[in-house]
Design a protein around this ligand. Sequence first.
Ligand SMILES: CC(C)(COP(=O)(O)OP(=O)(O)OC[C@H]1O[C@@H](n2cnc3c(N)ncnc32)[C@H](O)[C@@H]1OP(=O)(O)O)[C@@H](O)C(=O)NCCC(=O)NCCS
Length: 225
Amino acid sequence: MAETTGQQGISFRRYTPEDLRACTRLAEEAWPPGSDLAAKIEVSWGMEGYIESSLMNANWTEIAYDSQGVVGFLFGRIDKYRGEVAVPGSLFGELPTLAKYVVGKYRKTPGILALFWTLLLTELKLKVNMPRSDAEIRLFIVDSKHRGKGIGGMLIDRFLHTARDAGSTLVTVYTDDKTSNWQFYEKYGFRRVGTFHDNVTSYFCNVDSTGMIYVLDLKKAQATA
Ligand SMILES: CC(C)(COP(=O)(O)OP(=O)(O)OC[C@H]1O[C@@H](n2cnc3c(N)ncnc32)[C@H](O)[C@@H]1OP(=O)(O)O)[C@@H](O)C(=O)NCCC(=O)NCCS
C-alpha cells in the first residue's frame, strides 16, 4: 500500500510482522505490570501475545511512524471495509493466541496461570457486555514521548473516516479506568454504555480497575459534525 504522509513528518502505513517488537515496546510502556506480577514473570512475551491477539479480526492495522521508527498504531475492525485481509479469529476469541504465548511459555509459573484466568473472565464479560457493532477499535497506542502532538487524533480520524466511508454505523471500544486515557474517546463523541470489574487489568496492574465499553454512533456523529 502507498505510504501516506501526515502532519509533522508523521507517515502512515499498514502493520507488518516486523513491527511486532516496536508495538510490543509501546504496549509494555503504556501498560506496565504491577510490582507483584513483575516480580513473578517477564511480561514481554505476554504483550507480544496481546498484540497478536488484537490483530485477529482486525482489517485496519495502521502504523504511524517518523524517521526514527514507529510512534503509534491503531488496530481495528471495519466490517464492510475490504482494504486488508484480516487474520481470522477463533471460536474462543483471542484466548488461543494468548495461550500460545502465555501458558505455553510459562506453564509452570503460578502468576501467569492466574493472569490467563483473569483474561478468560474479562473475555467472557466482554462477550456479554459488548454491543454488536460493525466497527471496533481493538488496540490503540501512541508512544508516550510523542503524545499530545496530534498523532492519536490523526490515527483515530483516519480510522473513523474509513469506517464512515465503508458505511459503518456503530464503533465500539473496550478500555479501562486506570491504565488507559479513556477520556480521549469522550472528546471524540464516544458514549460509555457499560462497565464491569476488569479482572485482567486489576490483576495485571495490581490495582482495582473498571472495564468500560464505549460506543460511537457514526450517523449521529456525522449529523452533529
Ligand atoms: C489515548 C492516546 C492514544 C492519545 O494519543 P495522543 O497522540 O496523545 O492524542 P492527541 O495529541 O492526538 O490528542 C487529540 C485530542 O485528544 C485530547 N486528549 C489526548 N489525550 C487526552 C486525555 N488523556 N484526556 C483528555 N483529552 C485527551 C487532546 O487534548 C487533543 O485535543 P485537541 O485536539 O482539542 O487539542 C494516548 O494518550 C495513549 O496512547 N495512551 C495510552 C494507551 C491508551 O490509553 N489507549 C487508548 C485507550 S485503550
